[in-house]
Design a protein around this ligand. Structure first.
Ligand code: ZN
Length: 243
């Protein structure tokens, strides 16, 4: 061992334990190490001490293997008869979401999609616990405090482009409120600003049934009432639209 070299024999750096001094080259000290995996190797002292070298190289191989393993678990999907809609099955539930083939193709092998606790299609970005929603990917815009993604037909798992739009928080709340039973609107009736029509729908056996879109609010309410009679057998008492 040369002059001025700090002896690190016996010290551990990650998976490596230093066995003995090896040689100096270009004024750098090199050390004989044994890795936890059993491999003997020679490593530069500088990189052992600053943390750049943590194994014989097996650490990186293990990481690649882990990523390879997650590749195997990509979602199953099928292209529907229209040739442009894809049905993507979640890996964590029996549910699925819909999207356009042109949005699906570029990323089909890149992410694994899960149904989130609030019923959205979501993937982990693999760092800092960051997630991405499929609708954000389609709109190419991430939600902010003021702008969020709106699923126009209220089906959170219909991620086809024509069902998605960015909307201000306020518009989205109005849509939400009229969807619920409250005094500011009629249950199951809401205004669709994309086409300027009133839309009626009804939830029955965990499905949302479309009751059509209408020029006027009153027509949409009538449609909703007809549907209530049909599906529930009676008309619910609901608040009046205040606008
Ligand atoms: Zn190793």
């Amino acid at each position: 061992m040369g002059y001025g070299i700090i002896d690190i024999t016996g010290e551990r750096f990650g998976r490596l334990v230093v066995d003995s001094f090896a040689y100096t080259k270009n004024n750098r000290a090199y050390w004989n190490c044994t890795c936890d995996c059993g491999t003997h190797c020679v490593k530069m002292g500088k990189y052992l001490r600053n943390g750049d070298t943590k194994s014989c190289g097996c650490l990186n191989i293990d990481r690649v293997k882990e990523m390879g393993l997650s590749n195997i678990k990509r979602n199953k999907y099928e292209i529907l008869d229209d040739g442009k809609t894809v049905k993507v099955y979640f890996n964590n539930t029996d549910n699925y979401f819909l999207c356009d083939l042109e949005d699906w193709q570029p990323i089909a092998d890149m992410f694994t999609w899960f149904e989130s606790e609030h019923g959205y299609a979501r993937t982990s970005l693999g760092y800092d616990n960051k997630f991405m929603f499929f609708h954000s990917y389609v709109l190419n815009e991430f939600p902010t405090r003021y702008r969020v993604c709106d699923h126009i037909n209220r089906n959170k798992l219909d991620n086809r482009k024509n069902n998605l739009r960015m909307t201000t928080i306020q518009e989205n709340n109005i849509n939400q409120k009229t969807y619920k039973n409250n005094k500011s609107g009629h249950v199951g009736v809401y205004f669709q600003s994309s086409n300027g029509k009133w839309v009626a729908h009804i939830g029955y056996k965990k499905r949302i049934i479309d009751c059509g879109s209408y020029e006027t609010y009153e027509e949409a309410v009538e449609a909703r009432k007809r549907a209530e009679l049909e599906y529930f057998g009676y008309i619910k008492e609901t608040g009046m639209h205040s606008a």
